[in-house]
Design a protein around this ligand. Structure first.
Ligand code: ZN
Length: 318
């Protein structure tokens, strides 16, 4: 019942006004040494480079996101969990975010094993001032991105916390990934996906019914309604699709086995199409080809699985 990879991804090409999405990472709350040397303050460039590589898997995304630029009389703020769990919840005020850009505050710290990380777009988002400014903060100037009947998605950005207790593999090539290691690239792509609305957008929720996701592109890719997890924020555990024609468990199911690299499948990308992104089928040819060259066969034996906390923590309570 499954179709050829990328068949669903061409549905929304051709919108002339859309521009490529830029994801910018902010390390200013990385206070526990995950991406920043805590002694010298120097960037841990190897780790940050893999985070940038993760973002490149969304470089084929396009939309028309208004800039958030407070003028006299305008103000906005949003609160979110400290991305290093290094203190109480944070509130950022009157940040400037460029057009077609989302900002993600990142960090990490050690926590209970079995958890890879979590991400969200914060809570208590507030804006005041001109109507166009308020609309830019809440909906990035997009129509029908808010509320129960939403068909599009927009966000200012969000936060990601990574669990430093894992034995992370920070390589770009899969060849060095150990069988008991957690692949940082896989987890980073997954968590960015939640900030881009997967499982979280009003336009996602609008397409859920009875434990299945009914988006047109996803159903075309999967061959029918797609089962979701019990929180309705991922595909169901173990849902399969294709990466470049090869079978792989979906990246946006709840967990990733140790020792495995999972990349966005055709069904994962179709989910993003359904919530309002314009998705090009080839994110970034050179990087993508380099990565795919290293993708090994799926492991046949059972491995420890680790999940993220996207469901229970999605409301962002600190
Ligand atoms: Zn998740």
């Amino acid at each position: 019942m499954k179709r050829i990879a990328a068949a669903a991804l061409t549905l929304l090409l051709g919108h002339g006004s859309a521009l490529a999405l830029t994801i910018e990472f902010d390390y200013s709350f990385d206070t526990r040494g995950f991406f920043t040397d805590p002694v010298t303050g120097a960037a841990i460039t190897e780790r940050r480079a893999v985070l940038d590589l993760a973002a490149s898997f969304y470089s084929g995304f396009a939309d028309a996101l208004a800039a958030i630029e407070p003028q006299a009389g305008d103000s906005w703020s949003v609160s979110f969990t400290h991305p290093s769990l290094g203190g109480p919840a944070l509130t950022v005020v009157d940040q400037v975010i460029a057009a077609d850009t989302v900002r993600i505050y990142v960090g990490g710290s050690a926590s209970a094993p079995g958890v890879l990380g979590f991400a969200n777009t914060g809570y208590n988002l507030q804006a005041s001032g001109s109507a166009s400014f308020v609309d830019a903060v809440l909906a990035r100037g997009q129509e029908n991105a808010l509320g129960a009947g939403a068909s599009d998605y927009a966000t200012w950005g969000g936060m990601i916390w990574f669990n430093a207790a894992n034995d992370w593999y920070f390589g770009a090539s899969e060849s060095g990934l150990g069988s008991s290691q957690s692949d940082f690239l896989s987890t980073a792509i997954h968590e960015i996906g939640h900030i881009l609305g997967f499982g979280t957008a009003a336009s996602w929720t609008a397409l859920l019914d009875g434990g299945y996701f009914h988006g047109a592109a996803s159903m075309a890719e999967y061959g029918g309604p797609v089962p979701v997890d019990r929180y309705g924020v991922h595909w169901a555990e173990g849902v399969m699709s294709l990466v470049d024609g090869r079978a792989q468990e979906t990246l946006m199911d709840p967990s990733t086995p140790a020792g495995q690299r999972q990349l966005p499948t055709a069904l994962d990308y179709a989910g993003f199409v359904d919530i309002g992104w314009q998705v090009s089928p080839v994110p970034e040819p050179q990087t993508y080809a380099m990565l795919l060259a290293g993708v090994a066969l799926l492991a046949a034996r059972h491995r420890r699985r680790a999940a993220d906390l996207c469901g229970p923590l999605q409301t962002g309570a600190a």
